[in-house]
Design a protein around this ligand. Structure first.
Ligand code: ADP
Length: 396
């Protein structure tokens, strides 16, 4: 038996889940939040027991120290020796990493090299890695890349039609993200629908960040996010794909810098910018049902973008057998799932089981009728489990 930690380090937070492997049992989870701010919070959930402590957490290393302190104090582990590996989510692996790897000095150099391609993510991911390396120097660390599963795309799918030297010199291309989630969803489809041979799958990871992937023969053929997680469909605060000249004209008209507009595309657009109300789909669902016209338009825009990608991907896959709904919105909201299916049902002969769809929250279920040509499925994603599985396998 080995205890493995899955870590997702952001700029001001470090989320973790501790698993027992190979049984895949979740032992505890939690997070060090508001790292580097005056007031920090450390939370830990062990089964029904929940711990929340307000304490300053100056950096990622102190977050990791807190985690280990409480694992011992709460007798989750008796000694650090029980921890056999730590798996780290690393957002950008460039075109270099197509699978998870043990973290060596060379791997750290590479992750550093990719910081310009993912400045909001790779830097904080590295802080998490450094923290565990310092505090648990004898434990193996593994990097699990968001981009790895998408590395099977063909050049026609990952290249942008810009001067080719920009790709050659700077690696400017589509990478795609949420790869660990899309891979997990594919594996679950294979497991639950094992009577369909080589299903053509479109996975919808619809969280505050959102992306789609088209998968055939176990491989990604296309995915919606691009060079960064700004690309693809509309999201909580991000635009998704738009005409690039919007950047130029918005800067020209508002007098704001390109950097400010770029930040607006990342942080003030999507649900938030369109609805002028909220980036949270729960608020938009409620306002939509109360008849808020702006919010209804926002939701129509959101589902239209998704339907357009499903159309594209159906062509790319030569047809589609299964459409998977996942992440915060996809797992929990029958309302959004219904709106999406309404947009695509005629073209795909997809028949929703409306009553069932409405009732499904956070569990695996088929939400289409037996007569439906395309199967609609809800699958809760589990990126952390994928991280610990890869870590366990690699450190053996
Ligand atoms: P991320 O990991 O990208 O922050 P999540 O997968 O947690 O995103 O999804 C966040 C989104 O999911 C938010 O828009 C939120 O409103 C929505 N969401 C989360 N839980 C629910 C729920 N129970 N019902 C409806 N929507 C939900």
């Amino acid at each position: 038996m080995s205890k493995i930690i899955a870590v997702n380090a952001g700029s001001s937070s470090l989320k973790f889940k501790l698993y027992d492997m190979p049984s895949e049992t979740l032992i505890c989870s939690g997070m060090a939040d508001r790292i580097g701010q005056v007031k920090g919070t450390f939370t830990l959930s062990i089964g029904q027991e929940k711990l929340s402590i307000d304490i300053p957490i100056p950096n990622h290393q102190s977050g990791v120290s807190l985690l280990l302190k409480y694992l011992i104090e709460k007798k989750v582990i008796l000694s650090f020796q029980e921890i056999k590996g730590v798996g780290h989510r690393v957002v950008q692996g460039g075109k270099y990493f197509f699978k998870s790897v043990i973290i060596t000095d060379k791997v750290i150099e590479k992750i550093k090299e990719f910081i310009p391609l993912a400045p909001l993510h790779n830097g904080p991911n590295l802080s998490g890695i450094e923290a565990f390396k310092t505090i648990l120097p004898n434990v193996k660390n593994v990097a699990v890349f968001d981009t790895a599963f998408h590395q099977t795309m063909e050049p026609q799918d990952y290249l942008f039609p810009i001067p080719y030297e920009l790709y050659e010199k700077y690696d400017l291309r589509r990478y795609g993200f949420h790869g660990t989630s899309h891979k997990y969803l594919m594996e679950q489809v294979h497991k639950h629908l094992n009577t369909i041979k080589n299903p053509r799958i479109i996975t919808l990871h619809l969280g505050s960040g959102a992306s789609l992937a088209a998968i055939k023969n176990g491989k990604v053929v296309a995915t919606s996010m691009g060079l960064t997680p700004l690309g693809g469909i509309m999201m909580g605060t991000r635009t998704g794909d738009i005409d690039p000249s919007v950047l130029h004209f918005a800067a020209l008209k508002t007098g704001q810098s390109h950097e400010a507009i770029y930040e607006m595309f990342n942080k003030k657009s999507g649900f938030l910018g369109m609805s002028q109300l909220s980036s949270d789909s729960r608020d938009l669902e409620a306002a939509h049902l109360q008849g808020n016209k702006q919010v209804q338009l926002t939701n129509q825009l959101f589902v239209r973008r998704i339907a357009d990608f499903i159309g594209q991907y159906t062509i790319r896959l030569g047809g589609v057998d299964v459409i998977v709904f996942s992440a915060g919105i996809g797992e929990n909201s029958g309302f959004y799932r219904h709106l999406i299916i309404e947009e695509i049902k005629d073209a795909l002969s997809m028949i929703e089981d409306e009553k069932l769809n409405k009732s499904i929250r956070g569990k695996v279920a088929v939400i289409t009728t037996p007569q439906s040509r395309v199967i609609g499925m809800v699958i809760p994603t589990n990126e952390e489990l994928m991280i610990v599985k890869d870590t366990y396998e690699i450190i053996q």
